[in-house]
Design a protein around this ligand. Structure first.
Ligand SMILES: [Zn+2]
Length: 471
């Protein structure tokens, strides 16, 4: 069994005591962490096949991104500066309708490269429709991840879905597609892959689909990922059709449960926060997407209150067409800053909380904290090494370690990444995939997608013109 020992690092354990061990080691055997402590105590007792020197480096758990759409990476640049509803129905769904299997695989690999490069080791994908190819990319890239089918079973004249969208299905088919992915992928690749249930957005989900998805998730003991209360328009749509808000309606249906991960949650009442707290429902905050897409999660949302109350709140980057970065360092920065400005309160959401959301609490949001999210013996070996002998980290004090990580750190500072005991990036070189080859093929594939969208007469494409002369 291959073993790795990382020595002389500043080990940010994220264990229950939140210990930070200076001149520390992490010992890995196979896919597991077997020891964490002072290098002086561990080096002699744990000879290893490979020893990595982490002097002047932080050794920490790999980051957990609770929300990334792998299939939307090739949409980068096509959906800027538009309202969420237009973002979904005018461009994103038409885009997902023309994707091929190979486009999806390349889009996913490209996302995985960006995530590995910036320290993410686990990602939850809230769904698309060619998810077997996302699974394939996760297996090839070496990342840990959750996939699902983003189920839909209803649509209306005010929110039309393109005919070629694979997600435009009956309730039965939406359920069977979810179940097929769970049967095929949940637990694959030494447990590195999981599958969950998934629902897309309120206007496309019938009451029957909510209920049957909950039953399916109970049958398999899996998470349900759902975009809920993304902005005011969505909540108003639910109110018009049910007389309730999203969370109240879910509660009425009996699906506001602890295995649900609700993402965005931009428009909420105090009563809904109370319901979420009582039910133990999990949440994901995507600050980059709400800031760019003007959803309202900073202005109207209750994330500071929900975090303070102890709800399980993870965080995510969303997609390269919504945020548009997959760098969790940037996301941690936004979590710890955006609310301060809006509430005029400089100590709101401390950096330690943002780091927890990106590691151990994020793992809990994905129902995976028994295995990942911290550096502790017995847990899966998902570890990153961050170089802090760089201009953006100096000076560094014991008391400013985590604040500097969140406020000054950058994904580009991540030097080495280990997932499930496998080194996927070493000294900033990704070892699992040929990066140059993927970049070239992804660029080529994206041009093909643009051509197909133009040929299909998608009106939004007519708006995509350079605002400045390109000569
Ligand atoms: Zn999403």
């Amino acid at each position: 069994m291959a073993s790795i020992r990382i020595d002389h690092g500043i080990v940010l354990t994220m264990d229950p005591q939140r210990r930070i061990i200076k001149d520390g080691s992490v010992v890995i055997e196979g896919d597991r962490i077997v020891a964490v402590g002072k290098t002086a105590d561990l080096a002699g007792a744990h000879p290893a096949d490979q020893v990595l020197d982490a002097t002047d480096k932080i050794v920490m758990p790999g980051l957990v991104d609770c929300h990334v759409h792998h299939c939307q990476t090739l949409l980068r640049g096509l959906a800027n500066d538009i309202d969420l509803i237009a973002w979904c129905y005018d461009i994103t769904y038409p885009y997902e309708s023309v994707l091929t299997d190979e486009d999806t695989y390349l889009s996913a690999l490209l996302a995985d490269i960006e995530m590995i490069r910036t320290g993410t080791t686990t990602v939850a994908d809230p769904g698309g429709y060619r998810m077997d190819h996302v699974a394939r990319a996760l297996i090839d890239s070496g990342l840990r991840g959750i996939i699902c089918w983003a189920a839909m079973d209803q649509w209306s004249v005010d929110r039309p879905l393109p005919d070629g969208l694979p997600g435009k299905t009956t309730t039965d088919e939406a359920i069977s597609q979810q179940e097929r992915l769970i049967k095929e992928w949940h637990g694959a690749a030494n447990g590195r892959l999981r599958a969950s249930c998934g629902l897309r957005v309120e206007p496309n989900v019938s009451d029957a689909l909510y209920r049957r998805t909950q039953a399916l998730s109970e049958k398999y003991g899996v998470l349900v990922q759902f975009h809920a209360a993304v902005n005011r328009d969505q909540v108003e749509w639910v109110r018009r059709h049910t007389g309730q808000t999203t969370i109240e309606h879910m509660h009425t249906l009996g699906v506001l449960q602890e295995n649900w991960l609700l993402t965005h949650m931009a428009v909420l009442t105090d009563h809904e926060v109370e319901l979420l707290y009582r039910q133990g429902t999990r949440l994901c905050h995507n600050p980059g997407a709400t800031l760019k897409g003007a959803y309202g999660a900073i202005r109207h949302g209750k994330f500071p209150e929900m975090i303070e109350a102890g709800l399980t709140v993870g965080t995510g980057c969303d997609s390269t067409a919504a945020n548009d970065s997959l760098d969790m360092f940037r996301t941690m920065y936004l979590v710890a800053t955006a609310h301060k400005e809006f509430r005029l309160q400089a100590d709101l959401i401390p950096p330690e909380k943002a780091l927890e959301m990106a590691t151990i609490t994020g793992a809990k949001a994905l129902m995976w904290d028994d295995q990942i999210g911290s550096l502790e013996p017995g847990k899966k070996a998902d570890v990153i090494v961050v170089d802090v002998r760089r201009s953006n980290w100096v000076p560094l004090h014991d008391f400013s370690l985590v604040p500097t990580l969140v406020y000054s750190g950058d994904g580009a500072d991540v030097e080495t990444s280990i997932v499930d005991g496998q080194i996927v990036m070493r000294d900033r070189r990704i070892l699992t995939v040929d990066v140059d080859d993927v970049l070239e093929r992804a660029q080529h594939a994206a041009k093909g997608i643009v051509a197909r969208l133009r040929a299909a007469g998608v009106p939004h494409m007519g708006k995509l013109l350079p605002r400045w002369p390109v000569v």
